[in-house]
Design a protein around this ligand. Structure first.
Ligand code: NAX
Length: 327
């Protein structure tokens, strides 16, 4: 049987953590033959540490055959020791009335500390996924704080936006969501992201051709996907958690185990493709194979798409300029 791999999860006692850990432990992320050791990080606060103990008791009570160990930590230098995968979920998202400077300062502190800890103690091949918002910029901060690790190992979660877009297209066309291919979401995980189905196919047929309604694209589809997070908060009184955890599983599974040529969306440091400045943490269409992602190249960017990409890029470069002094 395979040697266990180490999976660190931050914000482990939060709502996404609760929807995520049991699925990792049951083998849904890295395969039904891959034992895992969970290295869980929460803030030192007594309430959070107690909640984490409760989650660990439940993990134990599942008696997962693949769960080879569980650790609880309050120090990232311990939580990230030798970790092969790191899911950075805990952060401080923007609250009502919170100033931008405050948001960036708090997350700057969290993600410089965690980036430095990964740099110091994680596996040299660690694959990092940042879920905590603002996800792209937090991933950028962590990457810049870990100069000894390959920059390409730092990624941000755009997969929830991708999955939301796929589900909207399945509903619109009346087709199965599993049959949608070649969909992508460009840019920032925020309402400015650009969900792009111009190349998408279902059973080989063009989705754009099936829908054939540019007004629906611009006035219904894009705002629905972009504001889906807010719609869930309005309906549930809490932000998306199970769907976010599911997207995190999809992202890591596809990165680690491959996509068999299928496109998925990942937030990754730009290599300059599609005119995005190098290192900007940007949502791109990728395929994965052998533990590496590769940007889908050669797609035509029409005038409307370029406008959308410029807008989400501007937001990201503004965010990243706002944290430069911390790095
Ligand atoms: P919760 O508030 O339920 O849980 C967050 C947990 O993180 C808390 O238990 C908190 O104690 C812990 N935490 C905070 N700072 C920490 C630190 N420095 N180290 C370790 N743990 C820390 O939030 P939840 O609903 O689980 O959401 C977590 C994050 O995901 C939020 O930032 C949220 O905005 C973000 N999301 C990102 C999404 C994406 O697509 N990228 C979608 C869903 C979600 O909104």
């Amino acid at each position: 049987s395979k040697k266990p791999v180490r999976v660190a999860v931050t914000g482990a006692a939060g709502q996404i953590g609760y929807a995520l850990l049991f699925r990792i432990a049951s083998g849904e992320m890295l395969g039904k033959d891959q034992p895992v050791i969970l290295q869980l990080l929460e803030i030192p606060d007594e309430k959070a540490q107690n909640a984490l103990k409760g989650v660990i008791m439940e993990l134990e009570d599942c008696a997962f055959p693949l769960l080879a160990g569980i650790e609880a930590h309050s120090d990232p230098m311990q939580a990230f020791k030798d970790t092969d995968y790191a899911l950075l979920v805990g952060s401080r998202p923007r609250g009502p009335g919170m100033e931008r400077a405050e948001l960036l300062a708090i997350n700057g502190a969290i993600f410089t500390t965690q980036g430095k800890a990964l740099n110091a103690v994680a596996s040299r091949n660690v694959k990092v996924l940042v879920v905590g918002n603002p996800a792209n910029t937090n991933a950028y901060i962590a990457m810049k704080s870990a100069p000894d690790l390959p920059a390409k190992n730092f990624t941000a979660m755009l997969r929830l936006d991708h999955n939301r877009a796929a589900s909207q297209l399945a509903a619109k066309t009346g087709k199965a969501v599993a049959d949608i291919e070649k969909l992508t979401v460009w840019g920032n995980h925020s309402p400015t992201m650009y969900a792009d189905y111009r190349f998408a196919t279902i059973g080989g047929a063009s989705v754009k051709g099936m829908i054939n309604d540019e007004t629906w694209n611009r006035e219904t589809f894009l705002p629905t996907v972009g504001k889906r997070g807010a719609a869930i908060i309005a309906a549930r009184g809490l932000s998306s958690a199970a769907s976010a955890a599911n997207a995190a599983i999809d992202h890591m599974r596809d990165w680690a185990l491959g996509t068999n040529g299928k496109w998925v969306t990942m937030g990754i440091p730009s290599d300059g493709s599609y005119g995005i400045p190098k290192e900007v943490m940007f949502g791109y269409p990728v395929t994965c194979e052998g533990g590496e992602y590769k940007i889908v190249q050669g797609l035509e960017i029409d005038a409307f798409s370029q406008e959308c990409i410029n807008k989400t890029l501007k937001e990201l470069t503004d965010e990243q300029d706002g944290v430069k002094h911390l790095l």
